[in-house]
Design a protein around this ligand. Structure first.
Ligand code: NAP
Length: 477
């Protein structure tokens, strides 16, 4: 683990293994922190905070940019490590490093623009102004599906704001978090500003919640853990940002360019084997297009090559673990039991080299309807659920019927219709004729069960800052 600039084992010497989801083999071992180890890391971040908070933003930017250069110079090695611990195809791992580097650059620059305000004052002998200051020590808990991207998106915003951080990566993907932390460390970011702890999530999470020196919890992961952290944060009224799951609707109107819609769906759905929070979970297609759409989609899905992410031919890698495989499989079986039509896939892949991995065939289900679990639960796998609709209102009502509210997509040639529908969807992000909705410059986040707060863009920096008001008595003129 990285604590106060030193790479250290757990004090009690315990460790946990990291497994390759494509082969089931152990890739490495990482320390399993005790509550005392976590307290040491928090102490390091706390002691480094005053100096880092007062470091000029331009200097922080310089150190972040140097770290970015190191990250990019190590891209091949880190990309391979991402694929080995998380399973995604190597080209997706490379592009994840590029986006992580983009986040570092964006926040390095944006940290220099954390302006305050001069407020028009009703009193003639006083002046009101605000300054923005870093919150303090931020605990950052990240998921495994984008192990570099998620650490970069949150930790870099915190660092640019002047916060110090203790990062707890997912059990499945600690090696990528270590690689990012190594780049920050080697890039000259002072000891204690970036710390990484690994091990049992409940031990680490509880230590973050109980320690008053931690002023902010930034979490991306499942709604259940998000709620638990939100409840725990209430004790010391810590700030929380929660980026939770999604159940994105993908709406194809009768006038949509079908080829473009299918291109968008294929890339958004099968990236990372469907294990992305903004992956379309339910496709609503106008009934007039249904059969043509299903035929075209089937021919595309059946051409996907599933395999080990290190094979350059692979389009779709394994699921992260056996639990994920069981969840995907149970969603598909439940839908079939309730009358869905299985058009392709629908089973685990176990032949030859795939025998020890967590591979699931890309799947299409048609005629999907409540009470199938897939209509309301996040599947997080390579499964496309399709339902026909007749009217715009019906599509919108169905899209809004889940507890989630992260992302949605609309395909239509009618821009005014797209705008009106986008305004009525209960989500944080809408893609219109496009599924590339994540950008370093833009706020990312959801409503309802999908979370609280925004990461990325200006909002991402603000999430790690407090606004302080100064009232200055200046006396008579
Ligand atoms: P998860 O189980 O909630 O895990 C996420 C992180 O929380 C991991 O680091 C995990 O550690 C940690 N954690 C688990 N229990 C904890 C506890 N009691 N206290 C503190 N931390 C705890 O989520 P997941 O299933 O791995 O990730 C997939 C979910 O994340 C999906 O729902 C997906 O949609 C969501 N997600 C959302 C976004 C977004 O930006 N909205 C982005 C990516 C993923 P361990 O790994 O050690 O258990």
């Amino acid at each position: 683990m990285l604590i106060y600039g030193e790479w250290v084992p757990a004090a009690a010497g315990r460790s946990i293994s990291v497994y390759n989801p494509a082969t089931g083999e152990a890739v490495d071992e990482v320390p399993a922190a005790s509550a005392e180890d976590v307290a040491t890391a928090i102490g390091a971040a706390h002691s480094a905070f005053p100096a880092w908070a007062h470091t000029p933003a331009v200097k922080r930017a310089e150190l972040l940019d140097r770290s970015r250069g190191l990250l990019l110079s190590r891209r091949e090695e880190i990309a391979r490590s991402i694929t080995e611990e998380c399973g995604k195809p190597l080209r997706q791992s490379r592009s994840e490093i590029n986006v992580a580097a983009d986040f570092i650059r964006w926040y390095a620059e944006e940290g220099r623009r954390s302006y305050g305000e001069w407020i028009p004052d009703p009193l003639p002998d006083r002046r009101l102004l605000t300054i923005r200051q870093p919150i303090g020590v931020a605990a950052i808990i990240t998921p495994w599906n984008f192990p570099a991207y998620m650490v970069a998106r949150t930790a870099t915003a915190a660092l640019a704001a002047g916060c110090t951080v203790v990062i707890k990566p997912a059990r499945q993907t600690p090696l990528t978090a270590f690689a990012l932390a190594r780049a920050f460390n080697d890039g000259g970011i002072p000891p204690g500003v970036v710390n990484v702890v690994t091990g049992d999530a409940s031990v680490i999470g509880q230590a973050f919640l109980e320690d008053q020196r931690v002023r902010k919890i930034s979490f991306a992961g499942s709604p259940d853990v998000g709620k638990l952290l939100m409840r725990g944060a209430a004790n010391h009224v810590k700030r929380v940002s929660l980026e939770l799951g999604g159940h994105a609707a993908f709406i194809i109107m009768s006038d949509a360019a079908l080829d473009r819609a299918i291109d968008g769906l294929m890339s958004a759905k099968f990236q990372n084997a469907g294990q992305t929070c903004i992956a379309p979970n339910h496709v609503y297609v106008h009934s007039s297009l249904l059969e043509t759409f299903l035929k075209l989609l089937c021919s595309r899905v059946e051409r996907l090559k599933v395999g080990n992410g290190l094979d350059p031919e692979t389009d779709v890698g394994p699921l992260i673990n056996r639990d994920a495989l069981e969840k995907v499989s149970s969603h598909v079986n439940d839908a079939i039991d309730h009358g869905a039509r299985l058009l392709t896939g629908g089973h685990q892949l176990t032949a030859d080299a795939q025998a020890e991995g967590n591979f699931y065939a890309p799947t299409i289900l048609a005629d999907v309807a409540p009470p199938m679990r897939i209509t309301c639960e996040e599947t997080f796998g390579p499964v496309i659920a399709v339902t026909a609709f007749e009217s715009d209102d019906e599509a919108i009502d169905r899209a809004n019927s889940t507890q989630y509210g992260l992302a949605a997509y609309i395909y239509t040639r009618d821009l005014s219709k797209a705008i009106r529908i986008a305004e009525r969807l209960d989500v944080g992000m809408v893609g219109v004729n496009d599924t590339r909705i994540a950008a370093v410059e833009a706020p990312f986040g959801g409503v309802k069960l999908s979370g609280i707060g925004r990461e990325g863009g200006r909002e991402g920096l603000a999430a790690f800052m407090e606004t302080k008001q100064l009232a200055l008595r200046i006396g008579p003129a």
